[in-house]
Design a protein around this ligand. Structure first.
Ligand code: SIN
Ligand code: CO
Length: 388
């Protein structure tokens, strides 16, 4: 795939055109983005996931004990027998971490950096069900998986947009409808951040939300400054060597502000440090407890590979890589490793989640650094043996 080939997923637009005209800007409806898409998961299987302790799920019932009642999973087995016929939605987060066929959907979006993808959330709605008119702060592709959903899109919103009084759900008090579409299985709607939208199920309906993530400016500032502060000593302080005599000792003069500004600029201008922090931050796993990891030594690794073992990315691991001054940086589930440039192709194929086996690893394993890297990633849990 190149940036110039028309993509069915984008309704015949090239990735370059989509990024130029729609991404982060305006909605795009794509009929049959995935022709004849069949949901790899049935509504019953989705309901089954919502009973699991480790899976995040929510139920939104429009006319429950209060309007737009929100219940959080895990749910009891009899939950679904006691729900009304209509007007409720079950939402299950990060299904891609549990169901490989759902994880495969992410590959369709390889024209975007994988570290921008958050998760694939799947909803099931009974007829009439929806989560109310709202906006999200993230880009999302809403792929219709089963049944039909009516999507209405409205105005661009911001932090001042009036919301209904609700302890937990952010439902818009005003919705200015601009467009309305009925989506069939395989149809997909792209929505940029902050665009009001309102989906309602026409019949039993499943929607896959491929959601993206972008750190807020506040998060970048607080986390990055915490990160650099670890490397600063107590001796590094505000300094006013060469200051002029104070004419009014109670005044904070502009030169003090200038000194602070240079102090900050100096600390914030190290791109290498910024990259290290960002890679670690963006690869923090959502469910660190699912990484596990296993104690293994090099002899055991070789043994396993000789017996035909396949090494794959742990579905809960997040991986990314970068290059600085000829070296390679690998970010694996919140850690970063600086590696020699000759490991670039290995690092790329680890990040691309290509299956690793004796054939494609043999040459690498002769390199001590490469062998050590593979072992560390297995111990940390970012790579695991595929069960076959
Ligand atoms: C849904 O699938 O019901 C909700 C998705 C969304 O509006 O973000
Ligand atoms: Co939404």
């Amino acid at each position: 795939m190149t940036a110039e080939s028309p993509l069915q997923l984008l309704g015949g637009l090239t990735a370059r055109e989509f990024l130029r005209d729609y991404w982060q800007k305006k909605p795009l409806l794509i009929r049959q983005a995935i022709a004849d898409f069949e949901s790899p998961l049935s509504p019953d299987e989705l309901a089954g996931l919502s009973l699991e302790e480790e899976i995040e799920s929510r139920l939104v019932i429009e006319h429950g004990e209060q309007p737009w009642e929100l219940r959080r999973g895990p749910f009891a087995e009899d939950t679904y027998q006691n729900l009304p016929e209509r007007d409720w939605t079950l939402l299950v987060q990060a299904v891609d971490q549990f169901i490989p066929e759902v994880a495969e959907l992410r590959e369709q979006f390889s024209f975007l950096p994988s570290w921008r993808i958050d998760d694939v959330m799947i909803s099931f709605a009974a007829p009439g069900g929806g989560v109310g008119p709202h906006f999200d702060n993230y880009d999302v592709f809403l792929l219709q998986g089963h049944g039909q959903r009516r999507w209405r899109i409205g105005q661009m919103c911001d932090a001042d947009s009036p919301l209904l009084e609700h302890a937990e759900l952010r439902i818009l008090a005003e919705f200015e409808q601009q467009e309305e579409w009925l989506l069939e299985p395989g149809d997909m709607l792209y929505l940029p951040p902050r665009l009001a939208h309102y989906g309602t199920a026409e019949n039993d309906c499943m929607t896959y939300s491929i959601g993206f993530r972008a750190p807020s400016t506040a998060e970048v500032l607080t986390h990055y400054t915490d990160f650099i502060a670890q490397f600063l000593t107590d001796e590094e302080r505000y300094s006013d060597a060469g200051a002029l005599p104070a004419s009014d000792p109670q005044q904070i003069r502009p030169d003090a502000v200038q000194r602070l500004r240079s102090m900050l600029t100096e600390q914030l201008s190290d791109d290498r440090l910024l990259l290290s922090w960002f890679g670690q931050f963006m690869t923090e796993p959502r469910y660190p407890e699912r990484l596990g990891g296993c104690a293994i030594d090099d002899a055991e690794l070789l043994d396993a590979l000789h017996q035909g073992a396949l090494l794959v990315r742990n579905p809960s691991a997040r991986l990314a890589w970068s290059e600085v001054d000829g070296d390679v940086l690998l970010f694996a589930s919140g850690n970063s490793r600086l590696l020699p440039g000759n490991l670039r192709d290995l690092v790329r194929s680890i990040c691309a989640a290509d299956a690793l086996h004796l054939e494609n690893l043999a040459a690498w394993l002769k390199d001590d650094e490469a062998a050590k890297l593979i072992l560390e990633l297995i111990r940390q849990g970012s790579l695991e043996f595929a069960d076959e």
